[in-house]
Design a protein around this ligand. Sequence first.
Ligand code: 3H9
Length: 717
Amino acid sequence: MSELVKFSVESGVGVITVENPPVNALSPGVPEGIAESIGQAADGASVRAVVLIGAGRTFVAGADIKQLEEQAHGRGPGAPNLHQLLKSIEDCPKPVVVAIHGTALGGGLELAMAGHYRVASPDAQAGQPEVNLGIIPGAEGSQRLPRLVGVAAAIEMFVSGKAIGASEAVRLGLFDKIIEGDLRAGAVAFARHVAESGGPHRRTRDKTEKLGSPESNAAILDAGRERARKIRRNMIAPLRVIDAVEAAVALPFEEGCRREREIVEKCLAGEEARALIHAFFAERAVSKVRGISKETRTHSIRMAGVIGAGTMGTGIAMVLANAGITVLLKETDQAALDRGLASVRKNYESAVHKARLTAHEMEERIALIQPQLTYSGFGGADIIIEAVFENMSLKKQVFGEIDKIAKGDCVLATNTSTLDIDEIAGATSRPHMVVGIHFFSPAHVMRLVEVVRGARTDKEVIATAMALAKRLRKVGVLVGNCRGFVGNRMMLPYMREAQFLVEEGSTPSQVDQALYDFGIAMGIFAVDDMGGLDLGWRVLQDTKRLLKPGDRTPLVLEKLYDAHRWGQKTGAGWYRYEDGRTPIRDPEVEALIETTAEQAGIARRSISKEEIIERCLYVMINEGSRILGEGFAQRAADIDTIYITGYGFPAYRGGPMWYADTVGLSKIYERILEFHREHGEYWTPAPLLERLVRDRQTFAAFDAANEQAVTGSPESQ
Ligand code: 3H9
């Protein structure tokens, strides 16, 4: 018997327990172990029914994605074909009850659907998230789920990739029963009851009543494809899964399964799956900080102080309260504090309106946030997060103040997005306790948090900040203390290049359209308008002092600033706004760009979409290489995670550094050299990029080699 699957008989019920921590994935040994147990149960004279359950925190969370990764890179056979196993479960002469707790995802749910009954804990979830990995269900899920829940509901689960809760699963017919209390005991009792009642087995593959016909489903399939194009822009797998559902409707079960297998194999051979599997593991790798072991002590955080009740401060206070942490929220004047609290309530009310929160939960969370005008109580805080205006002297003043009142082991965090952590830490008597925790706006929505390590930040403080990010359900990425850290440091040249492109002949909407079509969530000029051009203008003034003679600076931004076109907040920026948020092309801005270029003697020309993408992305990739080479990011994959989770970079392209690998570093390098000749110093190739090109390497190989050097074991790539 496989070590990963246990079989025992309890009161006439054979219990098969999958024990493959942490998430009971279907790794080698698991399907074999289940198959063997099913055989034992079928043959065992004393066994009247079977329960299949997961040990530990969850039921089976799917295929082993490592195996899928191997297959996607042509290095292995991939996930096993589960057809025989699922058939043996469905054909088992004794009723098979699958007991679900935690998450039954992907192959886990597919396994469960082959059982005759499904019972679940109240907090169990079920989903088919394969599209998030650029594939479709590969263990007959595309054929069984529509038979259980109907075509429309199945398509929604496949395309969104979102899991549903137990009660919804019961409502849809996916689960048969919710079991309160001990799931194992409840499932065994249920299985005995089913065996005693002696009814015929319900095989999912034989169910047809919810399937309908190709004709009756035509409109549903069309609507599904439309939704897939909308919510999964530019992606292949979400459309292909609907082809598989179409096969479920039109073909006998076995043929539908073969069709599904063909599609999944094709998806796995594609760029989309490789990129998304990379993104999956990259997001998990960020939590591993080199030189800081899992055992590093972390400070426990029960109470937090937040300074500043502006947009960032209130967002951070909400995120902390959401995790059950008491928050002292400090402002300097009552009106600002009232505004901050009003925005907290408004944001929570909107969550209640969308049924993401109950009114009771909202009041509980608001009650955790204690507004105040003084530092009263801050001495008891386990962490203090400063979120005041982005100004060094103000931040230093605040850190000087909190240094006097915070307890000795209190973590002192700044939410700065660009300023020098060490200079801020220097305003305290305990720089080892100071760390950057850079949230992204709106903080209660955006998943990314950059944890910024100062020169003297203590390891335990870093570990605490990383653990806090996880507790807040954020993706915390450790970055070094350089100007703009990782995300904004790469954003700066990207923004600058986009402005040069409009001076040379594009329009803001052409640039934005090219970026949007590439897959970026929002064009750079629309982003600038949303954030406010006054911010960009301030950064521009600040960077001017770093300019060398002859350096080119963007010319139009200052004119827009002077014209009080500060973006959405003033109803006009690079675009104009009638409803406050939808960008509309503005001929006035285009005329201003043309005259500005003419006055500066810049010849305008028609610029291709391809050049727009190359200049915007390659400049960013070059900066990313510099950051990596200088050690301000641990891995290229960390940069990818930052851009996917914080900057709207399409996950199906794997992030900017992964994308660079797919284009080919030597091709990118050649273009960078050409741009260097044409446009000057800003395009100086990063030394790391030069080195990788010389060594015919990729960023993925660079990460793997570093990982091996540190841990002695090869990384996931
Ligand atoms: C599929 O099933 C295809 C089928 O249709 C075909 C079948 C033939 N495999 O996320 P966490 C690791 S596609 C391998 O931090 P959480 C993860 O890397 C699959 N490893 O925990 C991490 O490792 P480490 C469909 C996996 O509690 C550790 O487990 N299923 C897998 O925050 C903890 O992960 C999915 O897409 C896996 N399947 O969240 C589910 N899953 O510690 C993917 C996790 O070394 N998984 N690991 O970094 C998840 O969504 C979350 O992990 C889960 C737990 C919600 C389960």
